[in-house]
Design a protein around this ligand. Sequence first.
Ligand SMILES: [Zn+2]
Length: 463
Amino acid sequence: MDKQRLELGFSRLMEQPGSDPATVQLLSSWLADSSILDRLRINPYSVAESTQFAVQPLVNAFLLGTQVDLFDLSWEVHCPRCNMLSDWFDSVAHARAQSSCPMCEYSFGVDLSDRMEVTFSLNRAIENLGFPPVCLPPAVLRPVGNLACPNGQTVRTIEQIGPGQYRYYCPLTLSKGVLEVAGEPCDELQSVKLTQLAGKEIVPKLTTVRPGRIEFVLHNIGHPFSGLWVHSNVLSADLPLSSLKRRLTGLEVLHNPIYQRLFGKQVLSARERLQISSVTVVFTDITGSTRMYEEIGDPLAYNLVRDHFEIIQRVFESHGGRLVKTIGDAVMASFLSNRDALRAVDEAHRQLDDYNQHVPAAHQIRLRFGMHRGPAILVNLNGQMDYFGRTVNRAARVQSVARSDELSVSEEVYEDPDFQAECRSSAWSDFRQSVEDLKGISGRHRVYTAQRQSKIPKGIGST
Ligand SMILES: [Zn+2]
């Protein structure tokens, strides 16, 4: 490790706008005590856990650190079945809709919120570990044994193994073989001799033994370093996220304001799309804007609308929201959770209410809000990261039910216990239910609408 460059990186990170000295100091101490494995793919949630520090300032520090050659950022795709890395790249611009796991020989659609992780490592000029990113098998796969072997050496381990089909593989070299354990239990020690060759080859590729004590012998003659993990080869279901270590998801990173400022220009290539299993979409709209334009004229109305966009953007971002786009007077934004979205809507309404108290009635801006949560597809639309799909349409239609100072939410949002808990402590507690035809969407839909009391009387802008 180049300690001089490391120190220089940290002192430059301290000077970055938005940098928090206490977090930088903590990160510097954590790195000084870290192992190579800790530093290979740094998960900010793991750092937060081991240091008892909040994760958000750590993520911010890592992101800012990429600007001063202290950290590198890596996007990584996990196989849903074995959690191995099937793909990695340094920019979301290189993400692809499909990926394939070399261990499971399983092809899957890449989900930005479930299976894509963002990790950090020290900038290569400071420390180049010479390894590709490696993800060890999670505990949920119940590995029955593992070995680590430097080049030219032989290592061994003895494990008790029951009947079944297992894979033995190296997450570093991506070599794999299959172990069949079948037949009558065997009292004698059986030996499985494996050799790691250059490339992705481990030989033999298929070994059959009887249940009992098995000695694995790994001889590495092909790689600077090879490891061996043994776990079940039959993985037919996706691993539940709750069984995996919490990680910084691609969707979380896209919602980070510092990421948006530093990397906002990185977009998917025009033909690619990424699934998102669940995201909250919020629409806001100015009510009575046509009358406002008539009354005060386009130039002034335009300035007021812009002022209001700035308030919305600032407030939404401070609650983890991502302003996707503006459409006329309307704003489309996304949030990681319904609770964050409600907090943002509440604060935006409060700030606009304050704003309205200090301007003439004709200059007042009143909003209505709509919210829906569901799966979406992330795409590149005209050079911007945008969402596509039914969730977006539903959110827009749900919003059309609301009037001035009102928030309408879909049944999916309303029934979220976290949303309900947040409502109880907010000004949006008195929801009325209605059953609506939503334009362009078949069937009739329950919509829940609440009003937040405004400090100013209804005037222009009310509908
Ligand atoms: Zn896999």
